[in-house]
Unconditional design. Structure first.
Length: 340
């Protein structure tokens, strides 16, 4: 039995079991990442450090910097200079969250008040801008034009994803292809860039660089699809934000998109009525969830996530077996089973 199959069948490989095993493997890397974050959050403007620390230290998984470090190690890197570049991806992620919360008028982020609710929208936007700028400056400091090119292309695509999401706000007629384009630019592009830049940093050839890019691309799509699923199946305690948050914010995600495409006219009317309401109460959400489940939206979204995670793990086949490869495979398994 191969390790991936075992992880699907063995009770120890529940979400909590996987998290414990992964955390034990990466703890030294996490400690290095945290030290770098602290060093680079310093600013002569106190509010920047306060707001930056609030978003960065509010329970993030450090997934993106860890993927960069693991990818570099997969490609033969043995030094300790990787963490200084890896934190760029945490800063970019934090900046995107600050901006997202302003656009969405979010009140909660990771079980805490969103930064914009404490310090206001202008502060959240401007600190997000600082984190973006700091990320580019830190990348320039590494002196590798290819890494800088990939990163700036990534930030451009992320901004395009934000605009695409804005264009499709309150659009229940959004189709699956258009939605995938949004989540690729908003979520998958940063995860794939972390893996690709890790490969470049580690001196990989083009085939291995592309393999890690594909791993990150499919992992990032699956990560967002599971987020979509959890918004219908999770709890507020698990998620650190209200269940049905996407629906409340007028975001049609894949479970709802699929249900709309496969519902009868009566259910489509029910979905449209609730989706377009100014406020959605618990009963409205339960009605939408029942229709989404009945019409296969939850099952379909999970199947698509499984497909992308299978593709992610398949991309790693060009690498020989090694601890970093197994950790990346385990991260893919954790993405599928996670509850937060």
């Amino acid at each position: 039995m191969n390790p991936s199959t075992q992880r699907e069948m063995d009770p120890v490989y529940s979400a909590s079991g996987l998290k414990a095993v992964i955390t034990a493997r990466i703890r030294p890397d996490l400690e290095r990442i945290e030290a770098e974050i602290q060093q680079h959050l310093d600013s002569s403007v106190p509010l920047i450090g306060v707001v930056g620390s609030h978003i960065i230290r509010s329970g993030g998984k450090r997934l993106r910097p860890l993927l960069m470090i693991l990818s570099a190690r997969m490609c033969g890197y043995q030094g300790r200079g990787d963490a200084a570049l890896a934190v760029v991806f945490e800063f970019l992620h934090a900046a995107s969250l600050l901006h997202d919360d302003v656009v969405d008028n979010a009140e909660v982020r990771r079980k805490q008040p969103a930064a914009n609710t404490i310090w206001g929208n202008p502060a959240a936007v401007l600190v997000g801008d600082f984190l973006y700028s700091k990320s580019i400056l830190m990348t320039v400091g590494h002196g590798n034009p290819r890494i800088l090119e990939v990163l700036t292309d990534t930030t451009t695509k992320m901004a395009e994803g934000e605009v695409l999401q804005l264009i499709h706000a309150d659009d229940l007629e959004l189709d699956e292809a258009a939605y995938l384009e949004v989540i690729i630019r908003k979520t998958a592009v940063l995860i794939s860039a972390a893996c690709r830049i890790g490969a470049i940093f580690g001196g990989a050839d083009s085939s291995r660089e592309q393999a890690l890019y594909r791993y990150g691309h499919h992992l990032g799509i699956a990560f967002q699809l599971i987020d979509d699923l959890l918004d219908y199946t999770g709890s507020a305690t698990e998620l650190g934000k209200p269940v049905g948050n996407d629906l409340q914010e007028g975001k049609a995600t894949l479970p709802l998109i699929y249900a709309m495409a496969n519902a009868d006219e009566a259910d489509r009317v029910r979905l449209r009525t609730r989706f377009s309401a100014d406020r959605i109460d618990e009963q409205d959400f339960r009605t939408v969830r029942q229709i989404v489940e009945l019409r296969g939206g939850l099952d379909y979204t999970r199947r698509q996530a499984v497909h992308h995670l299978t593709e992610a793990k398949a991309a790693l086949s060009v690498f020989p077996d090694q601890p970093s490869k197994e950790t990346l495979q385990m991260i893919a398994d954790y993405v599928l089973h996670r509850r937060v």
